[in-house]
Design a protein around this ligand. Structure first.
Ligand code: MRU
Length: 368
């Protein structure tokens, strides 16, 4: 994706063949800054402090974190330690565990002397596969958008929550991928961007990246979506997912569930863009079972932005004595999801729907 006309990925290997570059997302939209990861601790910190975030990018960063660790020593113990440290960074996005298990399986199969090179190659493959998956999601989603827009002159009004754009992945994004492709193909489109309190990934990140690409968009407060749907100003909703379970329940940024309820009540299609790497095949259903991250209450009690002099400032919003709770994700039951847009096509949000696209993850019914 492009920033001021230059193509960027969100993570890359530096020319030294060892250190890893990232965009520091904690600085956006006010500053465009890169950072360099040189060891395991840097990678873990980048995920924990959300310099990188979004399920697919968390997975890719963890893969490079293992490579950085292997560069410093590739014993079985070092591999286990890297897996343990990185897995503890954030609890909800399943891409983290998927990437770490994938790296460990590939690295255990080779001798210690080959592990660093194998780890870098595998991390690059994971990053490249993410880009390819998202491009496929873009194409499948575009078909749905075209059908919804019906070739008229009026823009298709799409509502999205959080940031499931290229900043949340290696490139393209998941939920925003079909939006970019639609815009490039000349389909008139306008995006309602939920601000997504408390960290404002919508207002800060989604709005910024849509703006870089010239996609018409409007930032709204999180509570506006229901009213807009009731007024006929939303044609469809599309969000990403941190973990979708084998029956199609969707865990995503807190507030997604409320948007799905409003969409269902108003007959607005509610789609989830989800690559196979964000599906937890080991979990039958998600409500009450997916670990929901709870973050520092300071994110709810305060807000950071530019002051009138253009300096970054943090202000307190709540009374100092009021307790706060900061739940980062919620689960939308499959029954509220119109369809799952995957790299293999669009699936019904159900066990049967996903099994039709990913039969290798579902045991065959015994014959007779
Ligand atoms: O806490 P974050 O910013 O990592 O949460 C990100 C989201 O909830 C995204 O919607 C999700 O990871 C899907 S990203 C393609």
């Amino acid at each position: 994706m492009k920033v001021q006309g230059k193509h960027w990925r969100t993570i890359w290997l530096h020319d030294d063949g060892a250190s890893v570059g990232i965009l520091d997302q904690t600085q956006l939209p006010h500053r465009f800054e890169t950072a360099t990861l040189t060891n395991l601790a840097d990678a873990a910190k980048a995920i924990q402090t959300m310099q990188v975030r979004g399920a697919p990018l968390i997975g890719a960063t963890a893969a490079y974190g293992v490579a950085l660790a292997m560069g410093a020593g590739a014993s079985d113990a070092a591999l286990e330690e890297a897996h343990r440290v990185l897995l503890a960074t954030r609890p909800t996005a399943i891409n983290l565990r998927w990437a770490l298990d994938d790296m460990a399986a590939h690295l255990r199969a080779v001798p210690e002397a080959e592990r660093a090179a194998t780890a870098y190659a595998r991390a690059a493959a994971i990053a490249n596969a993410d880009v390819a998956q998202n491009e496929a999601i873009a194409k499948h989603g575009l078909g749905l958008f075209e059908a919804a827009q019906r070739g008229g002159a009026a823009p298709l009004n799409v509502l999205t929550h959080c940031n499931a754009g290229w900043l949340a992945t290696v490139d393209w994004g998941t939920a925003l991928a079909p939006i970019y492709l639609a815009h490039e193909s000349g389909l008139p489109i306008h995006v309602w961007v939920d601000e997504t309190r408390p960290r404002n990934q919508g207002a800060s990140l989604t709005a910024w990246e849509l703006g870089q690409h010239g996609v018409p968009h409007t930032v709204i407060v999180d509570n506006a979506g229901g009213h807009l749907m009731q007024s006929g100003e939303v044609n469809l909703c599309i969000v990403g997912s941190d973990r979708t379970t084998a029956n199609g329940d969707v865990c995503n940024k807190i507030g997604t569930y409320l948007k799905a309820l409003a969409a269902t009540d108003n007959g607005v299609p509610f789609y989830v863009a989800v690559p196979g790497t964000s599906i937890d095949w080991t979990m039958g259903d998600g409500v009450g079972r997916i670990p929901i991250e709870e973050r520092d209450g300071a994110e709810v009690a305060s807000m950071t932005g530019l002051d009138e002099k253009g300096a970054l400032a943090t202000i307190r919003l709540t009374p100092a004595a009021s307790p706060v709770r900061n739940l980062a994700f919620d689960v939308t039951p499959a029954r509220l999801v119109t369809g799952l847009i995957t790299e293999r096509g669009v699936a019904k949000a159900s066990r049967q729907g996903l099994a039709a696209l990913y039969p290798e993850h579902y045991p065959k019914e015994p014959a007779g």
